[in-house]
Design a binder for this molecule. Structure first.
Ligand SMILES: [Zn+2]
Length: 342
């Protein structure tokens, strides 16, 4: 994930879906359900019918709550740590990046990742690393750093952190197919989880993710708890591990912007999120980045968050990878396997 680009991308995503619906009648809407959705420009919502609004909303929506009665080992809450290893790809995806911005991003590969992995080792914690495959090809040594403990998961985060909402179905599908192949080759394991770059779904993303055999998705924000995704109103069998900007390091750790917040304040936000999750026997999913949280003053936020949890009696909190959590809630909810789309 990356916040700065995410806002624009989200606006585009909305525009794409809305235009599709507003530009067609019910017969053509039905026909479009089986077809890739074209990327085009927007019409304002006040020109739609209610049916159009409902069709837009139902493209991908939250379905069944998949909260388990208890988390593994009888734990009262789950904490899932994820690290989006974007590094230079956030700059590269726009083309013609500056040397300065590339160097700022390389910090993640060169310094930040190791600092984060060392902290996870100190606490013996698992995490999921969502990696654009170009990022790993640029610094292939990262694979060994992440693999060393045997606790962590690799998952897909696009090919070059592409903006899905600007892409036709065929290109989005090709890049994601390529990303899976490259990540499998570079890590030795076929990934089962997907996180859209910038958490940015196109109208085609869920279809592609289902077709390519992913077992869970982690880009959407309809709940704090795990849930099943509905696609056009129908259960998909796809587990959503939801994310949130509140629990992402990128928006508030902008060192040049007026939005910069102290890492200690941010740690308190995450701690408050965790304390409520514990009351509700729910889940916290952190989304951090080696090129952002890997800095010396910022890793303090994650240290404070983990130290807060560590003070609780042993077994109160379960830490797992996203894949472990998705498989667990799938089994507990008797969800069955992901539904083949067609
Ligand atoms: Zn990202």
């Amino acid at each position: 994930m990356h916040a700065r680009q995410g806002a624009t991308a989200r606006v585009n995503a909305v525009a794409v879906i809305f235009t599709l619906v507003c530009s067609m009648g019910s017969a053509s809407r039905a026909a479009a359900q089986a077809q890739p959705v074209p990327v085009t420009s927007a019409k304002p919502g006040w020109q739609w019918s209610f049916d159009s609004a409902q069709t837009v909303v139902n493209t991908v929506r939250a379905g069944r709550d998949l909260s388990p009665a208890k988390w593994p080992g009888g734990a009262k809450a789950a904490v899932l740590l994820s690290f989006d290893v974007d590094n230079e790809t956030v700059a590269l995806r726009y083309g013609e990046p500056t040397v300065g911005s590339l160097s700022e991003a390389q910090y993640g590969a060169r310094v930040g990742l190791q600092r984060i992995v060392s902290l996870l080792d100190r606490y013996q914690l698992p995490a999921t690393f969502f990696v654009p495959s170009v990022s790993l090809r640029l610094t292939p040594t990262m694979a060994a750093v992440i693999k060393k403990s045997g606790r962590h998961e690799f998952a897909v985060h696009g090919w070059i952190h592409e903006l899905n909402t600007t892409l036709p179905d065929s290109v989005e599908r090709r890049l994601l197919t390529q990303a899976i192949a490259e990540l499998t080759q570079l890590t030795g394991t076929k990934p089962v989880g997907y996180r859209a770059p910038s958490w940015n779904f196109s109208p085609n993303t869920l279809s592609i993710v289902r077709d390519l055999g992913f077992r869970y998705e982690s880009s959407l924000m309809s709940d704090d708890r795990p849930y099943e995704l509905l696609q056009r109103g129908a259960p998909s069998g796809m587990v959503e591990i939801p994310v949130q900007w509140i629990l992402d390091d990128a928006p508030l750790f902008d060192p040049r912007g007026q939005r910069y917040a102290s890492p200690r304040e941010i740690a308190q936000v995450w701690i408050d999120e965790f304390d409520k999750a514990l009351e509700e026997h729910s889940m916290v999913v952190l989304t951090l980045h080696p090129h952002i949280s890997g800095h010396r003053s910022r890793i303090v936020a994650l240290e404070l968050f983990l130290a807060h949890i560590r003070k609780l009696p042993k077994g109160t909190v379960w830490f797992g990878t996203h894949a472990q959590a998705a498989d667990y809630v799938r089994a507990e909810a008797k969800l069955g396997e992901p539904v083949v789309r067609r």
